[in-house]
Design a protein around this ligand. Structure first.
Ligand SMILES: N[C@@H](CCC(=O)N[C@@H](CS)C(=O)NCC(=O)O)C(=O)O
Length: 211
């Protein structure tokens, strides 16, 4: 398999399926596209790979999948032994709802606080809309951590945790403390846990080396 990814410092959408693919334990190659190049160079680099002009893109034999969530679902079906979703249908549905809410939502947080793994933590003023996004995420994390008992959203690590790992990096970079948004500690500890995962640390090391 080949996963087309973007600059590791900034690319949240390619980090997510990369984390999921790592969990399968299957061999894969990475093709790295430099994001934010001038004069359409990034678009030109992506086009030969992706019909949508966006990455990530997973190539597996003659199949090419061009969306992060579709890639994760494909991997969950292709490698059931990796248990990327829980066996229980209700837990799986809640995990899918959490991942889908991230995939289609939180535009204010995403726009105002882009992932920047090269940056030291800094204090920034965030808008009311972004604060509302953070409040909702903290609530969602708390609800699932309480329901399934942690340490991850559905108990065991799943695709839902891959979806929120970039959020944990944003909380760290922009000094957003879940305790300021109604968290008694579980959501903050969860965010730290995501950032301690060996696969994430591998990605982060590459990002901090300038990739
Ligand atoms: N909803 C898409 C979003 C993909 C996306 O926005 N990818 C960014 C990179 S993180 C991209 O390809 N940007 C193109 C560009 O920067 O020219 C997904 O989940 O795969």
């Amino acid at each position: 398999m080949e996963l087309v990814i973007g600059t590791k410092r900034w690319s949240t959408w390619t980090l997510r399926p990369w984390l999921v693919l790592k969990r399968t334990g299957e061999p894969f190659t990475e093709t790295l596209i430099q994001l934010r190049q001038q004069d359409g160079a990034t678009e030109a680099a992506i086009r030969p790979h992706s019909p949508s002009g966006l990455i990530p893109l997973l190539k597996d034999g003659d199949v090419a999948i061009w969306d992060s969530l579709a890639i994760c679902e494909y991997l969950a079906e292709r490698f059931p032994q990796a248990k990327l979703w829980p066996a229980d249908p209700a837990a799986r549905a809640l995990g899918r709802a959490a991942a889908a809410e991230m995939h289609s939502g939180f535009a204010s947080l995403r726009g105002e606080c882009p992932m920047a793994l090269e940056d030291q933590p800094k204090s920034v003023e965030i808008s009311d809309l972004t604060q509302a996004n953070v409040r909702r995420i903290v609530r969602l994390w708390n609800d699932l951590l309480t329901r399934f008992g942690g340490p991850y959203l559905l108990g065991e690590w799943s695709i839902a945790d891959a979806y929120y790992t970039p959020v944990a990096t944003r909380f760290r970079t922009y000094s957003i403390h879940p305790s300021d948004y109604g968290d008694a500690g579980a959501a903050g500890a969860y965010a730290e846990r995501l950032l301690e995962q060996p696969d994430f640390l591998e990605w982060e090391r590459a990002a901090q080396a300038g990739v």
